[in-house]
Design a protein around this ligand. Sequence first.
Ligand SMILES: [Zn+2]
Ligand SMILES: [Zn+2]
Length: 151
Amino acid sequence: MKELIIKYKEKGLKLTPQRLAILNYLDGNTSHPSAGDIYKHIKRVYPTVSFATVYNTLQVLHEKGEVMEITIDPQKKHYDPNTKAHHHIICTECNKIGDIFEDYSGAIRLPHHIAEEFKPVGNHINFYGICKKCQNLSRYVSKREKQKRRD
Ligand SMILES: [Zn+2]
Ligand SMILES: [Zn+2]
């Protein structure tokens, strides 16, 4: 936590208690929260905090390269404090986002005309799937439906 404070002071970020709470919440957070999720959490501790403050802080952190914005959910942006290169998978049922720390760069071949124009510096793959919780849920629903048909 102390490290975090020094780091942000070095980057010229003003550290208000609310901002500190946001940083603290994001530090090591692997749940890929949306701005709304973060706002809900911070509001519990700082009831006077506004959504704009939370959103602006996230914008600044993103500009400074401290959080990654994930845009695979068409409903809203999610934030990831892990800025090391990694890929994501999103559940198409509940929008849960998982991390994938695999290096696929050896398997990716860019088309010739792209490789001629661009020098690749990174990649980010979005996978889509159905998480375990939602798989179990749909199994439960289909079982119930079968029962209904029998009645
Ligand atoms: Zn799910
Ligand atoms: Zn991630």
